[in-house]
Write a protein that binds this ligand. Structure first.
Ligand code: PBG
Length: 323
């Protein structure tokens, strides 16, 4: 007996495969995370993320123009300040590196792309935590919220279209929404880091932002084994006014991404984080894997799992491949 069901029929030529492809990856789906370093006079390579740099103000503008020309959907900016302190005051200062960088981006590419800002204190605190600390060293949720509110307003004033609270403090979306509204930034949106796990995959990022963290973020980021609480975080973020939601990291959490995508009535993003980038770059540098195919496969898989938008350090490069 020959089989009558022959799924291979639809795989026989590139044209057949193109016709029946379910998942599309387009430049507009990709967001490029970028780092701007205070007082840098040359772009500073990040050794654990080959090909990624801490930008000067000038190189940030130039790379942003290139990424936008390649068609990326947006840019997500992180600041690398020269000085840190206990409350991360550089995050709120309009002259702080992140706010200056956002203003530079807005001046350069403006509404031609979507400018997103990391709304978190960890790059700016000398202890490296995402919030301020109580006298006994715990991360103080509600004191941190007040600072996030000020930070978000400063970012919107600098030109951010979407504010990205990534600190996993309870109530952060609601507090930021209220502060933006009170300051008249009714059109600034919130891309909430809804399900963000305490992950080893952030390792290279810590070099990228010169993090001073000792210890871990397990009292505020989620336990990698837990899927159900992602739905709880989703319900809270939506109730508090999130305009879009995110799952992070991506590859080790594709089930969470699928669940969030199935339950969200707003756009869903996923963040392919630094460690996901670095492990493929490292394997490729050893000649062990086909870099470009692997990059496309991971991004396609993240889209297939439910992400409308993918933050990836390959965004600009991949956008040129897909153009
Ligand atoms: C926190 C933040 C982190 C990342 C994005 N925002 C680090 C952390 O939570 O420790 C990680 C991104 C990456 O690894 O690429 N501001």
């Amino acid at each position: 007996m020959f089989p009558t069901q022959r799924p291979r029929r639809l795989r026989g030529t590139p044209a057949l495969r193109r016709l029946v492809a379910e998942t599309e990856l387009r430049p507009r789906n990709l967001v490029l995370p970028m780092f701007v370093r205070e007082n840098a006079t040359e772009p500073v390579p990040i050794s654990s993320m080959p090909g990624v740099v801490q930008h000067t103000r000038d190189s940030l503008r130039k790379s942003a123009v290139e990424a936008v020309a390649a068609g990326v959907g947006g840019l997500m900016l992180f600041g690398v300040p020269e000085h840190k302190d206990a409350t991360g005051s550089g995050a709120i200062d309009p002259k702080g590196v992140l706010n200056v960088g956002l203003a530079d981006l807005f001046a350069e590419v403006g509404d031609a792309t979507v400018i997103m800002s990391d709304c978190c204190l960890d790059e700016f605190t000398d202890h490296g935590h995402c919030g301020v600390l109580t006298p006994d060293g715990a991360v103080d949720n509600d004191a941190t919220l007040a600072l996030y509110a000020e930070m978000a307003v400063a970012q919107a004033a600098a030109g951010a279209h979407l504010i990205g609270p990534s600190g996993m403090m309870d109530g952060q979306v609601g507090v930021i929404r209220e502060a933006l509204d009170n300051a008249g930034h009714l059109d600034a949106g919130i891309l909430a880091y809804t399900a963000k796990y305490a992950s080893a995959f952030y390792g290279p990022f810590r070099e990228a932002v010169r993090s001073s963290l000792r210890g871990d973020r397990k009292t505020y980021q989620q336990d990698p084994g837990n899927a159900r609480e992602a739905l709880r975080e989703l319900a809270l973020d939506l109730a508090e006014g999130a305009d879009a939601v995110m799952v992070k990291p991506a590859m080790a959490y594709l089930d969470v991404l699928r669940t969030v995508a199935d339950n969200a009535d707003v756009p869903v993003a996923a963040y392919q984080v630094s460690g996901e980038y670095s492990m493929i770059e490292a394997a490729a540098a050893n000649g062990w894997v086909d870099r470009d195919r692997m990059v496309l496969e991971t991004l396609t898989g993240i889209r297939r799992a439910g992400a409308d938008v993918v933050l990836t350090y390959w965004a600009a490069e991949v956008a040129t491949w897909l153009a």
